[in-house]
Design a protein around this ligand. Structure first.
Ligand code: MF3
Ligand code: CO
Ligand code: CO
Length: 258
């Protein structure tokens, strides 16, 4: 069952999503060569808890830290640690999920560290485009499959692959709710979108092949071929008119022609 949020619940979703996006905006200044992913984790943890919220990943099915930090060939669910120190040319995804007033908000961004090669920059740009065009499919009467269909088309047009094992998800009182938002698919398939639904769109796009491998820590997902992977994520509300991006940061408004 896909939950339909009431106007009161939507207000609470707006608040938690606002904090999630502000946390990503805050952490950006610290993403520099020389910083460890553990330091970035601790700064996010402090920012979130100081504002009366809880970082949803912490202890979620045993996840040990407050944000996910996924570096280079890590696709998702990287665990912050003091040995992962950022260096010039890296890409780092920081995935922030906040729990405020009983509602979760979820957003992530892939940051460029120092000078990144043009090839990797293109991967990151196209991944953002995949997320953006996926979001642009969201409207009442549309289908969840419309989202994956455009994401897959864009990624493949550029010679990249789409991770299929991990996907977007409904979000609200639970971190992960129905529906699953797969980032590949066929237009017109899957659940129908209705006003009041809230879900994430979070494509993971690989430079090489789509296949992934879970490391022995039980969390870190890497590309099998060790080539780089990028991701962006927003929490979206289906509205009567189309959609609202609940985690949109001010600097992104230009990307969405708002
Ligand atoms: N934030 C991730 C998502 O976008 C989920 C992280 S689960 C964790 O769905 F346990 F690894 F934190
Ligand atoms: Co998510
Ligand atoms: Co997330």
């Amino acid at each position: 069952m896909i939950s339909i949020k009431s106007s009161r619940e939507i207000e609470l979703m707006r608040k938690t999503c606002e904090l999630a996006r502000e946390t990503l905006g805050y952490i950006e200044q610290f993403v520099k060569p020389g910083v460890s992913t553990l330091e970035l984790n601790d700064l996010c943890h402090e920012y979130i808890t100081e504002r009366g919220a809880y970082p949803s990943p912490l202890n979620y099915h045993g996840f040990p830290k407050s944000v996910c930090t996924s570096l280079n060939e890590v696709i998702c669910h990287g665990i912050p640690n003091k040995k992962d120190v950022l260096k010039d040319g890296d890409i780092l995804n920081i995935d922030v999920t906040t729990y405020l007033n009983k509602f979760h908000g979820d957003t992530n961004k892939t940051f460029l560290v120092g000078n990144v090669s043009d090839k990797v920059k293109d991967l990151v740009d196209i991944t953002y485009k995949c997320m953006r065009e996926g979001i642009n499919q969201v409207r009442p009467g549309g289908h969840i499959g419309d989202i994956g269909a455009v994401i897959q088309e864009i990624a493949h047009d550029h010679g990249y692959s789409v991770v299929e094992e991990y996907c977007g998800h409904g979000i609200g009182r639970e971190f992960h709710e129905e529906p699953q938002v797969v980032h590949v698919g066929k237009k017109g398939t899957g659940a129908e979108m209705k006003p009041g639904m809230t879900f994430t769109i979070e494509p993971m796009i690989n430079l090489g092949k789509r296949h992934c491998k879970l490391l022995n820590d039980g969390w870190t997902v890497v590309t099998k071929d060790k080539k780089f992977s990028a991701q962006f994520e927003h929490t979206i509300l289906v509205t009567e008119a189309g959609h609202e991006i609940l985690t949109l940061r001010p600097e992104e408004e230009v990307d969405f022609r708002l």
